[in-house]
Design a protein around this ligand. Sequence first.
Ligand code: NAI
Ligand code: MG
Length: 396
Amino acid sequence: MIKRTIVAMPGDGIGKVVLDEAIRVLDAAGFNADYVHGDIGWEFWCTEGNPLPDRTLRLLEEHKIGLFGAITSKPKDKAEAELSADLKNKGYVYYSPIVSMRQRYDLDICMRPCRTFKGNPLNFIRRGFGDTIEEPMIDTMIFRQNTEGLYGGVEWTNPPDQVYDALMTHPKFKQNFDWCPRPELAVSTRIFTKKYTTRIVRAAFEYAKARGFNAITVCEKPNVIRETSGMMLKIAQDLAKSEYPGIYVNDTNIDAQMMWLTKNPEHYNVIVAGNMFGDIVSDGFAGLVGGLGFACSANIGPEISVFEPTHGSAPKYAGYHPSIVNPIAMILSACMMLDHLGESEISNRIQRAVADVILEGKVKTYDIMKLPGKQDVCDKGAASTQQMAEAVIQKV
Ligand code: NAI
Ligand code: MG
């Protein structure tokens, strides 16, 4: 096995805790790697006016693979207020470092798997026929376009003349919005390009093919958002015809999909969506398989890829000793990194270890026990973050 170098970017709050634990699991499983530390997060915004310093970008460019914990983002006024005195009023503007990273390195393919672990008390259950209780085994991969759409950042309040004039050329804009004083007008765009839409749809098809699934679901809203959602659906239908004839294109609207996922989530194995709808539907599915403590993700670009749990920095738990949060989302994100690097044997071993710990049910973090997240949860039998990671290591 060649020795890898991984850029470890813990970030803020619980990001620091869970990343250390995931690295401990990777080491125990025999993954041969060095970890170089990458600065990222709120403290670098406050002290340097940049939450994603250039030195971290250089590390990513050199080593190509990042493991990322979580960052803290705060609204505009708080960001201003917490910037160090000598940087104030110098034109520094806060941008989320993870969104910047995705856009800068074209990390356009976001994969968010949601799989049921047997024995997880947090699993979704429903009533079946004749008052039976059913616990469907969910095995869904959500492909979320990660760089465009509503999170593309092209937006204005009080749009400049050229933008306003361009909007006025659209009959619907003129008809519905020309009454609005310009300073009271906010516009956020939803831009899709054929190139990147094709890349995310193709990634979904390739995954379906590799796993032997005979359908993908495009989860958008093409009946209303005709141009962008319509583009994604059309690309999927065309690709199915030309390149993936054995794979059927199912088409759901995001709103209806949020209802379907509480009815028959096991029927969806591969979902593809734009940036915002992918964000929404992946959180929805994550809720069926254990929530934020289990939700992992990969951000894959042509050259650089970054792996991260979907949860944030959970500031209220950041100062807890021992830490109580669930490290599994971070550990499973590390497994996605291993799969990406072709180290599937180690990845499978870690995933099996996690599955065994959950099935055995002896070691449970507070979220699995459904306890309110308080410092005293360990006195009530909950495992700490470290104990959960240790239990996984014992099985590995
Ligand atoms: P959050 O994900 O940090 O926490 C929400 C709640 O989810 C927590 O209070 C906790 O109850 C639960 N939770 C999260 N991670 C958990 C874990 N590993 N185990 C058990 N329970 C867990 O989201 P919140 O509170 O909305 O945001 C906090 C900060 O994180 C904000 O500054 C936000 O901007 C940032 N954030 C960063 C993200 C990232 O780094 N990719 C993603 C989401 C939020
Ligand atoms: Mg989200």
